[in-house]
Design a protein around this ligand. Structure first.
Ligand code: FAD
Length: 404
């Protein structure tokens, strides 16, 4: 099975140069993280303008340090890191758990898509402002009646010469409340099959025809939104790819998205915290780590986490040969997503009655939050069912979903 994707053997040792890259990143984080961050003091503003300012400043700091867009080509302001360096970057960043990136949609999905499929004018206009947080992006794909079945989208763009007039609604749009620009999918032709007649266009969020409303989440946060387009205007020169052929561009962006959504490394950090807790917490007169059922679950989780990491390495190995992320990103997303949910559920269970206490101090509060967040993480970027369909069709070569 393995050699269907890559070669049978893999060199898992890092070179000295790669270890130096890791050390450089580690030192940069140590010098530049907000005061007290590594000691667990993580007071970032909860919401509003203060939070936005904090997150934009952090993005600009990352950029100044050369750590925004590590995987971007140097000619576009990135670090030009190799895929292995990018892997090391992901590993270290998951371990350190820095403040969230306000520009994640720009740096990880929109920027790489524009570099691959945008016009020279679009690259010149938009790409430089992504890495330093000057312009924040959101991704307008999902609609109330078009989530998994994205090709059913109805948000309409009417041709008005040099511009499009856009009317419709998007939902679950992460970061729309901060965004300056939206990578929007619109319907430009209703006459043909549903995958035809979709166009990808870049839309200015700071105009009268665009409004948004927060959607409250289970963790008492609201990072995503309803977005309404009422006679909003987009320039034709901001269409990415060909008119009516946006599905192809949309899938390119989705492949970048899935490859960026790995949880392989965050799992290890969360697991290590669990092991420490089990060693230091007594139940029934002995540490949790001495209870047989707990030990069995820890062993099971650890082997799945290691398998998740190896699956990720295998995907990177394949991408090194093909040059672009493939459908294997779906395997990683579904596999590590399920482990994450199981791990966080088990942690919450071990807290026992403490799980009902919502305290900011570790582990109470943070563990429950991670557990509740794990549901949304599974859905974002395509649900596990949809990832399984992709794996069935594009990795295993099985017949297409009958509904398509
Ligand atoms: C945290 C988070 C962030 C998000 N951010 C964004 C964003 O920034 N931009 C954006 O556009 N969207 C975003 N989304 C939306 C996300 O892409 C959709 O929620 C997702 O694609 C599922 O669509 P849906 O919610 O409409 O569910 P539905 O498509 O209605 O699915 C409902 C259920 O039916 C199952 N199902 C549907 N079709 C099939 C099928 N063919 N085979 C098997 N099972 C099926 C699904 O697996 C699911 O269990 C975000 C979602 C979350 C949770």
């Amino acid at each position: 099975m393995l050699d269907r994707f890559t070669e049978r053997t893999m060199d898992l040792e890092y070179t000295q140069e790669q270890e130096e890259f890791r050390q450089e990143l580690r030192s940069w984080y140590e010098e530049n993280l907000p005061d007290g961050w590594l000691e667990g003091e993580r007071d970032i503003p909860e919401d509003g303008e203060e939070r936005e300012e904090f997150l934009r400043d952090w993005q600009s700091k990352l950029h100044e340090g050369g750590w925004a867009g590590v995987h971007w080509p140097k000619e576009y302001g990135g670090r030009g890191a190799t895929l292995v360096e990018q892997l090391i970057y992901n590993e270290e960043t998951a371990r350190i758990d820095p403040p969230p990136s306000i520009s994640v949609i720009g740096t990880d999905f929109v920027g790489p898509t524009l570099i691959a499929a945008g016009t020279e004018e679009q690259k010149e206009r938009f790409v430089p402002n992504i890495l330093d947080g000057e312009e924040v992006w959101c991704q307008g794909y999902s609609e109330p009646e078009a989530g998994s079945d994205l090709a059913s989208l109805q948000c309409e763009a009417i041709d008005e010469g040099d511009t499009y007039r856009i009317n419709g609604q998007k939902i679950w749009t992460s970061y729309a409340h901060y965004a300056d620009w939206c990578f929007l999918l619109v319907r430009t032709d209703k006459s043909g099959p549903k995958h035809h007649g979709i166009t990808a266009v870049l839309v200015d969020m700071n105009q009268d025809g665009v409004s948004h409303e927060p959607i409250d989440q289970i963790v008492d946060d609201s990072t995503f939104n309803h977005v309404y387009f009422d006679d909003a205007v987009a320039k034709k020169e901001h269409v990415v790819g060909d008119v009516d052929d946006g599905w192809r561009v949309a899938m390119k962006l989705s492949a970048f998205e899935r490859s960026a959504l790995t949880q392989a490394f965050a799992l290890e950090k969360s697991f290590d915290e669990l092991v420490e807790y089990c060693k230091n917490t007594e139940r029934g007169g002995k540490p949790l780590s001495e209870h047989t059922t707990v030990r069995q679950k820890l062993a099971e989780l650890d082997s799945r986490i290691q398998a998740g990491k190896l699956t990720y390495y295998r995907n990177v190995s394949k991408q090194m040969k093909t040059g672009e992320p493939g459908p294997e990103g779906s395997m990683d997303k579904v596999f590590t997503g399920e482990i994450k949910q199981d791990l966080e559920r088990f942690k919450t269970k071990l807290l026992g009655p403490e799980a009902a206490v919502w305290d900011e101090d570790a582990p109470g509060g943070r563990w429950q939050t991670s557990y509740l967040q794990s549901f949304g993480t599974q859905i974002a970027g395509g649900t596990p069912d949809i990832q399984r369909n992709i794996i069935a069709e594009r990795v295993l070569g099985l017949p297409k979903d009958a509904k398509e």
